[in-house]
Design a protein around this ligand. Structure first.
Ligand code: GAL
Length: 696
């Protein structure tokens, strides 16, 4: 084993790939890097690859199989820190040199991981205070994977060192096209309550508030006698006797996201010094990481990369997949993005790991493509024989090439080849759903009016109605300029700050259509109730005032005067300038409006004060879409329709998730079968058709 000794600081000299010699490599000042992996003009196809689990003979076989399947990108090195730096400051790149060389020879590009999601045993043995600590004060042990304390100076120094070594060594390597920093920041550790974190939290608060007085005001510390006299008294919001100060908890969530982001930017900046020509990314989990504010993060990556895994037991998991893909595209601000991980079949970490059946993997993959992804990647290429993920599916399963999964992997590679023209085309949405993780964080804290309030459930319900109608959705932050949208929906937006309220107000005033659902616009950025009647942030826009919340009993059902039913919630609501559209006929809000519409400026703002049954929600959304000039009808059950377009060409994806064939009106060339169609296209059960129409 060849060991090289280096300083712990980010190295400015290292050996070029494969040479075994140390030569100086100068760090350059970074111009803004490429925003897409360099090299091939194909759609990107591949997955995580963990060669360290296999012999060199297997690598050779794997590379042949990758070529056969049309794979052009693999993410490697993600969990290799212990091999690459077996002792602090001692590096051994022999295995990476070897595999990178083999991949380069095969023209398979490398998305090189920095291995910092899994620090080696020596790191925790030497720096035990860098272990993450739970809210209950438990320091987490070694023997799994996951973060160190994000605020540990030793961790930050160590990640910069290994990232610098990798960048210096492989900067000019022909296989290297992109950097994959860390792995899924925020999972499994997001909030860390170590002493390092407490110190960093205080510093973060000093920047946010400027003075202790401002912090005391922002946190409302006169309540329950929590006033602070010294900064040193301020702690992380540890498990406490009763409900912990909610603003403190909200700020700790903001801080934790920022602390993780600082780990990412530390590494990214080191990488950029050596490889300003290469894009840097990290893999997000856009709808599934409760601890990271991806709107902030998306500004710091060169390419948005997302990992998505089906909720195996949900029958509507293909709809949730679309939502995830739409959010990924929105975070990418409609630039192409990469699906960095998904599974060919079952995962291994859910209660029941339901396998995908024939065609499902391709439908899943092409649904991401349809919604703006230009790269389709999997976890992982070859299934692991040992370790916690040995029962996770892979592109090459334990069953080997004689398997449905491998045959479908090869077929998907071929189909992606037929879909090359789609690359770089854009998805255009006329409707946006507001998505703000700060609001979700605040809403999920304790002691709210009903345990049945669930922002995720509401967003999924609204999204599902639109998906079934083939209406494509963007997600937007409330601070965004919303004026490009014909309709904006806020299915659940408990926290709206002044900037958000101003943005929403000017959107409607300028002619936009808005639909807001209950328990939205209630608090400001400090989780303090806006002055006056609910929903204080936007009461004028909605033209209503709410005197009191009227949550339902569990399972209580009320009737509305349009015949639909309602559960969970009502408001004791009075009309100010709005009109009643539908009212309750019974329940706690009997006789009170359940749906209102307010003409405001050039636009209109609708409000729904309850959880409508699915048919009621569909007819409300249909009415609001019409108000916005969008005519849609429900599609055949299980049919997903999305269009991507270049200036003069459109590509309409028809994804048939049902067990029966569907016939759609469409004219153009179907790219997967290469057939020209005039008038109609049959989309066989469980398959995908993509029609290119050159006159769009
Ligand atoms: C992802 C993770 C991968 C692998 C995969 C299994 O969240 O990034 O390393 O663990 O899950 O589904």
């Amino acid at each position: 084993m060849s060991i090289q000794h280096h300083e712990v600081e980010p190295a400015l000299s290292a050996a070029p790939a494969g040479s075994g010699q140390a030569v100086p490599v100068s760090a350059e000042t970074a111009p803004f890097p490429q925003r897409w992996p360099l090299g091939t003009t194909n759609l990107r196809y591949g997955g995580d690859y963990n060669p360290e689990q296999w012999t060199r003979e297997t690598w050779i076989e794997d590379i042949e199989l990758m070529k056969h399947a049309g794979i052009n990108l693999v993410s490697i090195g993600i969990f290799s820190w212990a091999l690459l730096e077996p002792r602090e400051g001692e590096y051994d790149f022999s295995f990476l040199d070897d595999i990178m060389g083999l991949l380069a020879d095969a023209h398979i590009d490398v998305d090189l991981g920095t291995p910092t999601a899994s620090p080696p045993a020596w790191f925790f043995a030497k720096y035990p205070e860098s272990r993450p600590v739970t809210r209950d004060g438990l320091p987490l042990g070694f023997g799994s994977r996951g973060m160190a304390s994000p605020s540990s100076p030793e961790y930050r120094r160590a990640v910069a060192a290994i990232a610098g070594q990798l960048a210096a060594r492989y900067a000019k390597h022909p296989a290297l096209v992109m950097w994959h920093v860390h792995n899924e920041y925020g999972a499994p550790v997001s909030e860390c309550y170590s002493e390092h974190s407490v110190v960093a939290f205080r510093q973060w608060l000093q920047v946010r508030y400027g003075s202790l007085d401002a912090l005391n005001t922002g946190w409302g510390t006169t309540f329950w006698g929590q006033r602070y006299g010294e900064w040193s008294e301020v702690d992380a919001p540890r498990t406490s006797a009763s409900v912990t100060n909610q603003t403190q908890r909200l700020d700790f969530k903001r801080f934790s996201s920022d602390a993780l982001l600082a780990c990412y930017t530390t590494e990214r900046d080191v990488l950029r010094r050596f490889t300003p020509h290469l894009p840097v990314t990290t893999n997000f989990m856009v709808t599934n990481c409760p601890s990271v504010d991806y709107w902030k993060w998306a500004k710091e990556v060169d390419v948005v990369a997302n990992d998505h895994y089906l909720k195996a037991e949900r029958r509507d998991n293909h709809i949730l997949l679309s939502m995830d893909a739409d959010l990924s595209r929105s975070l990418a601000r409609s630039e192409p993005w990469i699906l960095m991980e998904h599974s060919t079949s079952a995962v291994n970490w859910q209660p029941r790991n339901i396998a995908k059946r024939a065609g499902q993997m391709a439908r899943n993959s092409l649904a991401h493509l349809a919604r703006g992804a230009d790269g389709i990647m999997f976890f992982q290429f070859r299934a692991s024989r040992y370790g916690a993920e040995k029962f996770h599916s892979a592109m090459l399963p334990h069953a080997g090439q004689e398997s449905r999964v491998w045959r479908e992997v090869v077929e998907l590679g071929r189909d992606l080849g037929s879909l090359l023209a789609v690359r770089g085309s854009r998805v255009h949405a006329r409707v946006a759903i507001l998505w703000d993780v700060e609001s979700f964080w605040a809403q999920d804290l304790e002691w709210h009016p009903s345990a049945d309030l669930d922002h995720r459930e509401r967003i999924e319900a609204f999204y599902t109605v639109l998906w079934r109608r083939g209406v494509t959705i963007d997600f937007a932050h409330p601070h965004d300029d919303l004026s490009a949208y014909d309709l904006v929906l806020a299915p659940s937006l408990y926290l709206i700050d002044q900037a958000g309220a101003d943005s929403i107000r000017s959107y409607v005033k300028g002619g936009g259509r808005l639909l807001v659902s209950y328990f939205s616009g209630i608090v400001d950025e400090n989780d303090a109730v806006h002055d006056g009647p609910y929903p204080g942030a936007i009461a004028d826009v909605l033209g209503i005032r709410i005197e009191e919340f009227l949550p339902f009993y569990a399972h209580q059902v009320a009737t509305l005067d349009d015949g639909s039913t309602a559960t969970v919630w009502a408001d004791d609501l009075a009309l100010v300038t709005a009109d009643a559209v539908v009212s309750f006929v019974d329940g706690p809000a009997s006789g009170i409006p359940a749906i209102t519409r307010n003409a405001f400026g050039e636009g209109s703002a609708w409000y729904v004060a309850t959880r409508l049954d699915p048919a009621g929600l569909d007819s409300l959304i249909d009415a609001v879409l019409r108000d916005a000039g969008i005519i849609s009808t429900p599609l055949p059950d299980g049919l997903e329709v999305v269009t991507r377009s270049h200036t003069n060409t459109s590509f309409t994806f028809y994804i048939n998730h049902s067990a029966s064939d569907a016939e759609v009106d469409s004219t153009g060339t179907e790219l997967i079968t290469g057939t020209r169609h005039t008038g109609t296209v049959v989309v066989p059960a469980a398959t995908v058709r993509v029609v290119e129409n050159a006159s769009a």
